[in-house]
Ligand binder design. Sequence first.
Ligand code: SF4
Ligand code: SF4
Length: 70
Amino acid sequence: MQMQLVVVDKDKCRPGVCENGVCIATYSCNWKVLEQHKPYDLPVINLSRCLGCARCTSICPLGALQVVDR
Ligand code: SF4
Ligand code: SF4
């Protein structure tokens, strides 16, 4: 089975349009793989720990989180 993970598309991600600059998608990752260091920063993904479950991708309103093959 092909393993997958999620990456942040820096061209699509706009933390400023999310409420108070907070990445709401980070709340959807139970494993704290997707994190934002402070409001208005781009979120970052710990690629070695991402399960590729895609939960976070459905939360981002701009489609900035994309599933790719590992
Ligand atoms: S990944 Fe999506 S939800 Fe998170 S800051 Fe970027 S645009 Fe907002
Ligand atoms: S794909 Fe799953 S494990 Fe990876 S960052 Fe998104 S919610 Fe977390």
